[in-house]
Design a protein around this ligand. Structure first.
Ligand SMILES: Nc1ncnc2c1ncn2[C@@H]1O[C@H](COP(=O)(O)OP(=O)(O)OP(=O)(O)O)[C@@H](O)[C@H]1O
Ligand SMILES: [Mg+2]
Length: 530
């Protein structure tokens, strides 16, 4: 040990640097170990700075980071050389390293002072947090303001269109009253027809609003998209006119979809009308169908993974600017002159497709045309499939005259007195014997009694119980009883209604003639099954 100490710390081994430490082994060890540790720590710091610089490409003041790394590395080297020069007189190397350290430290300090004001301007994490919170708050305020504006536009649109309808109805009623006073009964028919037209347009408006709100009563059927498009071909050609070529690209769709065929018809017609309006000088409208598969994509929560059928409607017309595209699906948003568009076409399509479990995508640019793609959940087609949609779409010839009531009475459940009285009168006119109930509980009581029933007519939106529950109760005790559900707004209550031959849905508003025809058809069909 003493030989080692002599070799290490003897006067012969030490350089003049060692003499400065008075040949004191304790002092020499203290300096050597401390300088060694400082050097080690200094070498590790630039390594950490390099890792930070590489991993955080977004860091500001990167040159300062590299200067600091060089400066600290050189400081480490200086301390290391302080240890070496205790024994090895490499003062030349030490001098060079000191000069480099001086240059790096000068550069670092100049750069630091130079960038100091900018550095101080940088927001602290606390300031960033506060700014973020303020931004979020202002975004929420903006979203709220936009929502209120959209609701205002929606309400304004509804008010405008309904005031027009009411104006026609009020005006026509005035005319009828005057004609009644003057006993001109033969002239009343024209005013009645005008009122009928106005109420039809109001009910179309309501249908489109319910479609947008995804609350319309859908009557889904399994359909083959290609066959549906082919069935619409004539109507589409008539709608588009001679100047627009219709290019159908079908045959690439192997799946079928479950959706309301009449709604899909009207969606495609609406898209064709939009395309026609965008191509006043003529053009090409292409309708293509295809099977598509979507995987889960967290950036697109709108899309549930799975198989879809794509129906793409593409035109080469005027296209839409970014602003129009951003608002195209808003209800009552239109760029068309008053009387040409209500701005409900795309919103109706959006609501219908969403309610059917799908989604819509649009690509459009000014002068580059528009492509609207509807994606509806696809279903594997059975190898041999009865043409369910054909029978659903084919209108039945309504039976005329009275109905046979030999099976029993008709239970009518409707809470609105005027509506109930009108329907009861109509039922009696066609030969039904009616039991009236003004709520679900009263209807249920009759269903649970021994009363012989031939038909149940029930409103869906009853105050105490959903008409659907009543229908289900009826089906469990009287499985063959024909049921006619009448509804103005069913919400989601009929969404999963089991399709059965003895259940039908009639949407309000209906004319009493339509109602009578549906009752006759339902009774005739179920009597045939019996
Ligand atoms: N194919 C298209 N090419 C260019 N612009 C379109 C196209 N389809 C829709 N738009 C734009 O989007 C707007 C909204 O369309 P939407 O179908 O909802 O209402 P509308 O056609 O104006 O009225 P409505 O369909 O109720 O009669 C249109 O006014 C139009 O500016
Ligand atoms: Mg439209």
């Amino acid at each position: 040990m003493s030989a080692l100490t002599e070799w290490l710390l003897g006067a012969d081994s030490l350089t003049p640097h060692g003499f400065c430490l008075l040949w004191e082994p304790g002092l020499i060890w203290l300096f050597a170990i401390s300088d060694g540790l400082i050097a080690l720590a200094y070498f590790s710091i630039p390594l950490a700075l390099v890792i930070i610089g590489q991993r955080r490409a977004d860091l500001v003041f990167r040159p300062l980071l590299w200067l600091f790394a060089a400066f600290i590395l050189l400081c480490g080297a200086t301390h290391w050389l302080d240890v070496v020069t205790l024994w090895k007189p490499v003062y030349g190397v030490q001098g060079v390293v000191k000069a480099a350290t001086a240059a790096a430290s000068l550069g670092t300090s100049v750069a630091l002072w130079w960038w100091l004001p900018k550095f101080l301007e940088l927001p602290s994490p606390d300031q960033l947090r506060k700014a973020n919170a303020a931004l979020l708050e202002s975004e929420e305020r903006l979203a709220h303001a936009q929502k209120m504006e959209a609701i205002g536009r929606l309400t304004g649109g509804i008010a405008h269109d309904f005031n027009n309808v009411l104006q026609v109805v009020t005006g026509s009623l005035g005319v009828i009253e005057r004609q009644l006073e003057r006993a001109r009964f033969d002239q009343i028919g024209a005013s009645v027809a005008t009122i009928r037209k106005a109420t039809t347009s109001a009910s179309n408006l309501i249908d489109r609003l319910l479609a947008f709100s995804r609350r319309q009563t859908l009557l889904p059927r399994v359909i083959e998209p290609d066959r549906l498009v082919v069935g619409l071909e004539d109507m589409l050609r008539r709608t588009l006119g001679a100047g627009i070529e219709l290019d159908l690209r079908l045959g690439r769709c192997r799946r079928s979809v479950l959706c309301d065929p009449s709604q899909l018809d009207s969606a495609l017609l609406n898209l064709a009308i939009n395309a026609r309006d965008a191509m006043p000088a003529g053009g090409v409208l292409e309708i293509a169908t295809a099977d598509r598969r979507f995987e889960a994509d967290p950036s697109d929560p709108d899309v549930a993974p799975g198989d879809y059928v794509e129906i793409a409607v593409t035109d080469n017309g005027a296209g839409m600017s970014r602003d129009v595209l951003a608002r195209a699906f808003e209800p009552f948003f239109t760029t068309k002159p008053i009387g040409r568009g209500t701005g409900l076409g795309l919103s109706q399509i959006y609501g219908f497709v969403k309610q059917s479990g799908g989604f819509v995508r649009v690509d459009s640019a000014p002068d580059e045309g528009t492509s609207v793609r509807l994606y509806l959940p696809g279903r594997d087609r059975p190898p041999f499939e009865p043409a369910a949609e054909a029978s659903a779409a084919a209108p039945e010839a309504p039976p005329q005259g009275g109905v046979t009531t030999r099976g029993g009475k008709t239970l009518l459940v409707e809470d609105q007195l005027d509506v109930r009285l009108q329907i009861a009168d109509t039922l009696e006119e066609i030969g039904c014997e009616v039991i009236e109930a003004d709520d679900g509980a009263a209807g249920l009581k009759v269903l649970e009694s021994d009363e012989k029933l031939r038909l149940l007519v029930t409103d869906v939106g009853l105050p105490d119980m959903c008409g659907r529950r009543l229908a289900e109760a009826a089906r469990s005790t009287r499985p063959d009883l024909p049921i006619l559900l009448i509804t103005g707004y069913a919400g989601k209550s009929l969404d999963s209604l089991e399709v059965a031959s003895n259940i039908e849905v009639l949407r309000k508003p209906f004319t009493l003639d339509e109602f009578a025809a549906r009752v006759r058809a339902l009774l005739a069909r179920t009597a045939a099954v019996d």
